[in-house]
Design a binder for this molecule. Structure first.
Ligand code: PXP
Length: 240
């Protein structure tokens, strides 16, 4: 059964609507951990639109499970990550104008930059995960960088318009998980996972962790954060 990583970026998005102190992402992380989350994910974006430098310092001190810092290949961000030393760093592509991370990192195109970032972060004792599309060539190159973990982008699965397209996207995720595991990689998945579509991904053999943000924080507005995390864990566990 996969673990659950809760992405708390949108707690900070809400705080930034007023640029004051509430709601506090560190308090949110504590609630998620108490509710059973296996890790906390936060993305320090170059434009600091939600999570900021102060947040990640406080998160590092507070998180008792695992801290997974999402980040781009930007040199300044890499320097910050090496100072903070999250347990894990997930390298993602980043564009200022995008609303959210739009696609996987193109490891083929940016191979030497990615490989250098992987080595640099690993030297600081950080486990590195590469957020990539579920494509064989990308996975093969990801393994060549020396990264030990990949996170498969589930956006195409989430956005599939027909049952047949969703089935195809799910099969791709399943096949690519098996392929990556065969290369010795650990496999996570995330992006766009919701309460109605997560169970099928959680059932993929070899899937290690699902990283979920927007759906959980959205539900939390109505039922509370602990309940929203509990509900997602039940889905991952296949409980009614
Ligand atoms: N994993 C990665 C690498 C992401 O960039 C994001 C979005 O920040 C997520 C998971 C979570 O996506 P969502 O908010 O759609 O659940």
């Amino acid at each position: 059964m996969p673990k659950l990583g809760v992405n708390i970026d949108h707690i900070a998005t809400l705080r930034q609507a007023r640029r004051e102190f509430d709601p506090d992402p560190v308090a949110a992380a504590r609630i998620c951990e108490k509710a059973g989350a296996d890790s906390i994910v936060a993305h320090l974006r170059e434009d600091r639109r939600h999570i900021n430098d102060h947040d990640i310092r406080r998160l590092r001190r507070s998180i008792k499970t695992r801290f997974n810092l999402e980040m781009s290949l930007n040199d300044k961000i890499i320097r910050i990550a090496r100072r903070i030393r999250p347990d894990e760093a997930t390298l993602v592509p980043e564009k200022r104008e995008e609303i959210t991370t739009e696609g996987g990192l193109d490891v083929i195109r940016h191979f030497s930059r990615v490989a250098k970032a992987v080595t640099t972060l690993q030297k600081s004792g950080i486990t590195v995960s590469l957020f990539i599309n579920p494509a064989r060539q990308q996975i093969m190159k990801a393994a060549e960088t020396g990264a030990t973990v990949i996170e498969l982008h589930t956006g195409s699965y989430d956005l599939a318009k027909t049952i047949a397209a969703r089935k195809r996207a799910l099969k791709k995720l399943s096949d690519m998980t098996a392929y990556a595991r065969g290369l010795g990689l650990s496999v996570n998945a995330g992006h766009g996972l919701k309460y109605h579509n997560t169970r099928a991904v959680a059932r993929i053999p070899g899937m290690e962790e699902l990283n979920i943000g927007h759906a959980i924080i959205s539900r939390a507005v109505f039922v509370g954060l602990a309940a929203a995390v509990h509900d997602m864990i039940k889905i991952i566990k296949g409980q009614p």
